[in-house]
Write a protein that binds this ligand. Structure first.
Ligand SMILES: Cc1cc2nc3c(=O)[nH]c(=O)nc-3n(C[C@H](O)[C@H](O)[C@H](O)COP(=O)(O)O)c2cc1C
Length: 448
């Protein structure tokens, strides 16, 4: 009799503690004996930019007119020490994603899309590809703990250098690249064998702390003749202290990547349980920069924020909290064609679905993005995908401008915490803005 009744009608109740995803995880672990690895970022609900709202102008201040009054979007990065700082037209940059994790065509598409709208893209673990250098007007070269593909000639070919200490998806951990993605080309760039799983180092081999970081920054400046801005990227954890130490060590730009940040392949337990939300990290970073007197002036240290940025509202909110620019990974891949419903049948054949696909480690991506399979990568047309990314970046920038104008700002960088309120107590405490309709900022005065 009960077979025609819905779950609710049958009076069944799903456990909040042991929900179906948790049950499936236990069953998977019991069957296989190996931990789960996946791509993407944290999937659990966390306090995020959606918990903040803007106070548009009305009586106490006046908005700018969209069709007649300009709202600037440009940003200069790294003018503190570099002979050639980066001048970007928009404050949305493309985050470092490795060749190996991504196909050559995807790297080329990222370069094309970013260059079309005057922003930068970034290499990743595994080195610089000719496709990406060729198509990127502004290319940031990552200097990672693994040193895979690290090459002084490529350092000189870059427009900026990013020393990676960590990522938001896995602060304290190194990357993973499974054997099925280690083709002859990937292996040659990393000087490691083909077809064998690679685990990148979680810390730099030749230094143990900020004093060594200062020496490393000086070395990199010497190798590149003081031409290029030097960024330091950290996963968000003890952000206040990390940012202070990075600035003391000589960084021109600090990149803070929150726990929602994407990855190509990491243990699920790491992605969901290590790090702090992007929202909580920004005010800590800003406080550190302000105390050092380097926040938001041309010769200061710029703050780039990443981790779960999806649209112009997120960009505007990150900037209002004090970021000079943002970086995007997952949203850029989606713009290129990742998780495209066109490939639904193929996602299902892989045990996933469009909108859920996160097995970037597998190398079987039907959209041809997180793969090294020549047939699958050939599906991604780098020109068309680059155009999609450029469109997405344009829309994102226009959305941020729309909000800035509504708040009466002639530049997106003029947005400030005072323009924001929070709709949850958690977000108010983390972002350090008042709960909507009150002047209450929970937790202020308590330090960290
Ligand atoms: C496929 C993929 C590969 C990545 N590879 C690297 C890498 O090589 N080095 C690095 O510092 N971060 C890497 N990241 C992290 C990004 O640089 C960035 O911190 C993160 O994607 C930002 O969060 P978002 O994806 O929510 O925008 C990778 C992310 C993805 C999705």
């Amino acid at each position: 009799m009960t077979e025609n009744l819905s779950i609710q009608q049958r009076g069944l109740r799903e456990s909040a503690t042991f929900d179906r995803t948790t049950i499936a995880a236990i069953q998977r672990a019991a069957e296989t004996g190996v931990y789960d690895i996946r791509g993407w970022g944290a999937k659990r609900a966390l306090p995020h930019f959606d918990d903040l709202l803007f106070l548009g102008a009305s009586m106490s201040r006046y908005p700018l007119e969209g069709y007649r009054e300009k709202c600037g979007t440009d940003v200069v990065l790294g003018a503190r020490n570099a002979k050639y700082p980066l001048h970007l037209d928009i404050p949305v940059t493309i985050a470092g994603m490795s060749f190996g994790a991504l196909s050559g065509a995807a790297k080329e598409a990222l370069g094309r899309g970013a260059s079309t709208v005057g922003t930068s893209t970034t290499t990743g673990d595994g080195g610089m590809t000719t496709e990406e250098r060729g198509q990127s007007k502004h290319l940031v070269y990552q200097y990672l703990p693994s040193r895979y593909g690290m090459n002084p000639d490529d350092l000189r070919k870059a427009d900026a250098i990013e020393i990676v200490l960590g990522q938001g998806a896995k602060p304290g951990g190194g990357g993973m690249l499974l054997g099925q993605k280690i083709t002859e080309r990937v292996a040659a760039m990393r000087t490691l064998p083909e077809g064998i799983d690679q685990r990148s180092a979680s810390r730099h081999p030749d230094w143990t702390g900020p004093d060594d970081l200062a020496i490393k920054i000086a070395e990199l400046r010497e190798i590149t003749d003081w031409e290029k801005p030097i960024y330091v990227k950290v996963g968000a954890t003890r952000t206040y202290y990390d940012v202070k130490l990075a600035v003391h060590s000589g960084a021109d730009v600090v990149v803070v990547d929150g726990m929602q940040g994407g990855t190509a392949a990491t243990q699920e337990v790491f992605i969901e349980h290590v790090g702090i939300p992007t929202l909580a990290a920004i005010p800590q970073a800003v406080q550190a920069l302000q105390e050092l007197g380097v926040h938001r002036h041309r010769e200061g240290v710029q703050l780039i924020v990443s981790g779960g940025i999806r649209n112009g509202a997120d960009v505007a909110k990150a900037m209002a909290l004090g970021a000079d620019a943002v970086a995007i990974g997952t949203a850029a891949l989606i713009a290129l064609g990742d998780n495209d419903p066109r490939y639904e049948a193929e996602y299902e054949a892989l045990g996933s679905a469009a909108g859920y696909y996160d097995d970037f480690q597998d190398g079987r991506d039907p959209a041809g993005i997180s793969t090294q399979d020549p047939q699958l990568s050939a599906r991604l047309d780098p020109v068309a995908a680059g155009n999609r990314l450029a469109n997405f970046l344009r829309v994102t920038t226009m959305e941020a401008q729309t909000i800035a104008r509504a708040c009466g700002k002639a530049h997106v960088a003029h947005l400030e915490p005072e323009d924001l309120v929070a709709i949850s107590i958690e977000a108010a405490a983390m972002a350090r803005v008042p709960l909507a309709g009150t002047s209450w900022i929970p937790g202020t005065g308590g330090g960290f």
